[in-house]
Design a protein around this ligand. Structure first.
Ligand code: FE
Length: 137
């Protein structure tokens, strides 16, 4: 979405979601897709600000919690904003993982693993295309 701060009634149907999301955002947020490794726009970005959901604008991750995990092709965070995400077991693709979804719109964001740094030990491995960045003024 071009203006992620804009609030609007959440789309209800797949058709309505297709109207407000790009094809890539739709594939990831609504169809549990994954962007190719090392292609996302937020890899290596270290500006201060807030990462919000590309689907609904909800605040998800603070830049303070962002870190680079060598070899991971996606942006990593060690924590999510309070009550901003829901975790679901995901056994697709022959793996047993924990899916991370936006608590507000249900959009798929990525997965969370237990090999992150202190203080949480968590590594939220998130698709850049599922996020928009809002820099500090
Ligand atoms: Fe959302």
């Amino acid at each position: 979405m071009s203006d992620s701060t804009e609030r609007f009634d959440l789309p209800e149907t797949d058709e309505e979601w297709r109207e407000v999301l790009t094809d890539e955002e739709y594939e990831i947020l609504r169809e549990q897709g994954t962007e190719p490794k090392f292609t996302g726009e937020f890899i290596g970005k270290d500006d201060e600000g807030t990462y919000v959901c590309a689907g609904c604008g909800a605040e998800l991750f603070d830049s303070e919690t962002k870190f680079d995990r060598e070899g991971s092709g996606w942006p990593s965070f060690y924590d999510a904003a309070e009550d901003s995400v829901e975790l679901r077991r995901d056994t697709s693709h022959g793996m047993d993982r924990t899916e991370v979804v936006c608590a507000n719109c249900g959009g798929h964001l990525g997965h969370v693993f237990d090999d992150g740094p202190d203080p949480t030990g968590k590594r939220f491995c998130i698709n850049s295309a599922a996020l928009d960045f809002e820099g500090e003024e």
